[in-house]
Design a protein around this ligand. Structure first.
Ligand code: NAD
Length: 462
């Protein structure tokens, strides 16, 4: 696969400061497909300086002109849809059709939404005898995970650029090739030199150097709660803005009045999609005791249908981790009704679509984020019990509620401690704020709420 052997800094591909590299592995066949430079603190420093130097001019660029650049970026990404989707499939393993439609299609939509928002957003308002300005926060450190490699980048870089901020991007080590294609697209779209900079590298080296850099004004991080906690502490000590999108353990609550078969089938598809590597996946299905066995049967059949259509997990470590959780589920007494811990293929980091029944709220598989194709089905006695179970984890990222009447589902959803709820299978909305309650994070991405994360307010009194 095509790979740059340098960093994209100040509008050009420049040699890395060190000689270490990171191997990029195709998780479907375990072959090394490319190598990219492993950035050091020196690379990070050069990128932050470039971002700072470019800040005054970009911040002063009229929002509509920034929007026009984002429109060109959307077009550049759309024009390379097949190339980027092929790269995502090669380094992440998601099936090609999913890469095209979701892995690239969704960020193209999000980039387009920020092209429009930049032009339409009220960056200035009158409040009594004051004028309140929304100004860019400054230099942004964007640290992203591998599960939706392009989406995670666009969900940070597009609003940051719309706001007038400049960015240093440190993508996940498993998926740096998609990030390099993103930098190429930004270059093609006319993003001025220094406004977007890319440093590939390891989290504890390049990522940490970036999060700690004194020249960074805001750290926007998506990834695990463990690393997020650490980044939050570092940013807090430096009194620096921070946005954290972390893990999840979302509940899919099926009320007795719902269309059970539809709710179960959509719920299984939601968990198995992207091989379960979706932070907002509804990994706990909550079913009323009267419909429990029927739901279990439906879910097991739906999971079995996935069989060969599911992609691998991103790397050997994730495969081991997920298989470990499946073994733990069995050991703690849950009933395995589909899949299991055995690797379904000899080559590649595959895990079978797995469903557990008789899962109780305190079990490890009901509490911890597994990040693989594993669904736990829990039983509830009444609505209060369902609320208690749904809210009974440290997370609060997403969820779903199904009911015969929308109003019944909405009333239940309002009792959930979570940032997003899909009602009766509601569609993805790129303008709806996305982010967590509790330990799922701080701040929101997407739409106007996502844009406001990159703005600070100044008021002038007259
Ligand atoms: P991770 O936390 O290990 O890594 C995320 C990013 O942080 C990577 O770029 C990594 O290189 C970097 N990093 C690692 N250590 C660092 C450090 N000490 N300092 C600075 N940066 C560091 O997570 P991951 O394994 O890539 O992703 C999986 C996790 O991310 C899951 O827990 C998942 O729920 C979460 N996630 C959350 C969301 C969300 O929107 N809430 C989205 C995707 C993934």
């Amino acid at each position: 696969m095509k790979a740059h052997d340098g960093m994209y800094i100040d509008g050009a591909w420049r040699p890395a400061a060190g000689t270490d590299t990171i191997e990029v592995v195709n998780p479907a066949d375990e072959q090394v497909i490319a190598r990219v430079p492993a950035g050091t603190a020196e690379d990070v420093d050069a990128a932050v300086r470039a971002a700072r130097a470019a800040l005054p001019a970009w911040a002063a660029t009229p929002p509509a002109a920034r929007g026009a650049v984002l429109g060109a970026l959307r077009d550049a990404l759309a024009g390379r849809l097949d190339e980027i989707a092929g790269t995502v499939t090669a380094e992440l393993g998601s099936p090609l059709a999913f890469s095209q439609k979701v892995q690239v299609g969704m960020p193209v939509m999000v980039a387009g939404s920020y092209a429009e928002l930049a032009a339409a957003y009220p960056f200035e308002e009158k409040v009594g005898n004051s004028t309140v300005y929304q100004e860019p926060v400054g230099v942004v450190a964007a640290i992203t995970p591998w599960n939706y490699p392009l989406h995670q980048i666009v969900a940070k870089v597009a609003p940051a650029l719309a706001a007038g901020c400049t960015v240093v991007l440190k993508p996940a080590e498993d998926t740096p090739l998609t990030a390099q294609l993103f930098a190429e697209a930004a270059h093609e779209a006319g993003v001025p030199a220094g406004v977007l900079n890319l440093v590939t590298g390891l989290g504890p080296v390049a990522g940490q150097a970036l999060a700690e850099h004194a020249g960074v004004d805001l750290v926007s991080f998506t990834g695990s709660t463990a690393v997020g906690r650490r980044i939050g502490a570092t940013a807090g000590a430096a009194v620096k803005r921070v946005a954290l999108e972390l893990g999840g353990k979302s509940a899919n609550v099926i009320l007795p009045s719902a269309d059970l078969a539809k709710a179960v089938n959509v719920g299984v598809a939601n968990v198995m999609s992207n091989s379960g590597q979706t932070c907002s996946a509804w990994t706990r299905m909550l079913v009323h005791t009267s419909q429990y066995e029927e739901a279990v049967e439906l879910a097991a059949a739906a999971a079995a249908k996935y069989g060969d259509r599911i992609g691998p997990l991103v790397n050997a470590g994730q495969q081991e981790r997920v298989r470990g959780y499946i073994e733990k589920g069995i050991a703690e007494g849950a009933r395995l009704v589909a899949g299991g811990p055995e690797a379904p293929r000899e080559r590649g980091y595959y895990v079978s679509p797995t469903v557990f029944a008789d899962v109780t709220p305190e079990m490890t598989i009901a509490q911890e984020e597994i990040f693989g194709p594993v669904l736990s089905i829990l039983r509830y006695e009444d609505e209060d019990d369902a609320v208690r179970i749904a809210n009974g984890t440290v997370y609060g990222l997403a969820g779903a509620v199904w009911a015969g009447e929308e109003a019944e589902a909405v009333a239940f959803a309002r009792r959930l401690e979570t940032g997003q709820v899909d009602i009766n299978g509601g569609r993805f909305n790129p303008l709806a704020p996305f982010g967590g309650y509790k330990q799922s994070g701080v701040g929101r991405e997407l739409g106007a709420h996502g844009l406001s994360e990159y703005l600070q307010t100044k008021s002038l009194q007259f």
